[in-house]
Design a protein around this ligand. Sequence first.
Ligand SMILES: Nc1ncnc2c1ncn2[C@@H]1O[C@H](COP(=O)(O)OP(=O)(O)OP(=O)(O)O)[C@@H](O)[C@H]1O
Ligand SMILES: [Mg+2]
Length: 256
Amino acid sequence: MKMLEAKNIEKSFDKLEVLKNISFDVNKGEVLAIIGPSGSGKSTLLRCITQLETIDKGEIVICGDTLVKTVDGKAVYASKEDRHKINMHYGLVFQNFNLFPHMSVMKNITAAPINVLGKSKEEAEATAKSLLKKMGLADRGDYYPYQLSGGQQQRVSIARAMALNPELLLFDEPTSALDPELTGEILKVIRSLAEEKMTMIVVTHEMAFAKNVADRVIFMADGVIVESGTPQEVFENTKNPRTLEFLAKYNEDREG
Ligand SMILES: Nc1ncnc2c1ncn2[C@@H]1O[C@H](COP(=O)(O)OP(=O)(O)OP(=O)(O)O)[C@@H](O)[C@H]1O
Ligand SMILES: [Mg+2]
């Protein structure tokens, strides 16, 4: 079953074409890693899928529901009610955690289940507690975001996304604001979600993670999908000059 179908997506900011004819699918239970240089359009692509940006042309179908399709050369979006329903299919985790600073960890996680899904406080808190336990934060429910490390905040934001019981989780560079040790913590959590067959799209600069955890890798550059395939195809057997250049540059940076 397809959890996401993106077809021929085009998106410009004024005259700058940021996404050029992007097409890809994500199957249920699959982990897709999106890699590529800065400015290649990775965040814009995630923002278009999650309704934070609109596309100019193309089609996006999420869990079988059409968010947008093209009619007579123009993108036509689903109704507000349908878009709201589609919004409930996925959760998004940002680079900078985006927790509500004035709310406790518990409130951060329970606010949407109570206000959006209409769950009782008791039920929402029970779910939050089990998610916090899973994230290794069972004793942090009463803390405020400023009292947590970056890695802990990011684990809370993953718990917050999971509390809405999404069918698809999207991550935009979930570890790039973290030092290497905390990065490891987050990657471990994402890896354990992958083992539970959570469907995920992860934009990442962590090549080892993409190699070891992803089922499929997309390499983007200048608004196009240059290459996609298994980690082995992209990291070990690629003959694509643009991919080779990116990976070589990446290794150079790492080796300093
Ligand atoms: N709201 C916006 N208005 C105008 N231009 C934008 C906007 N958002 C993104 N862009 C431009 O679109 C291009 C792609 O940006 P995007 O953030 O998607 O890249 P990225 O691949 O996520 O890069 P990074 O790895 O640095 O996060 C960039 O040239 C950026 O300046
Ligand atoms: Mg980005």
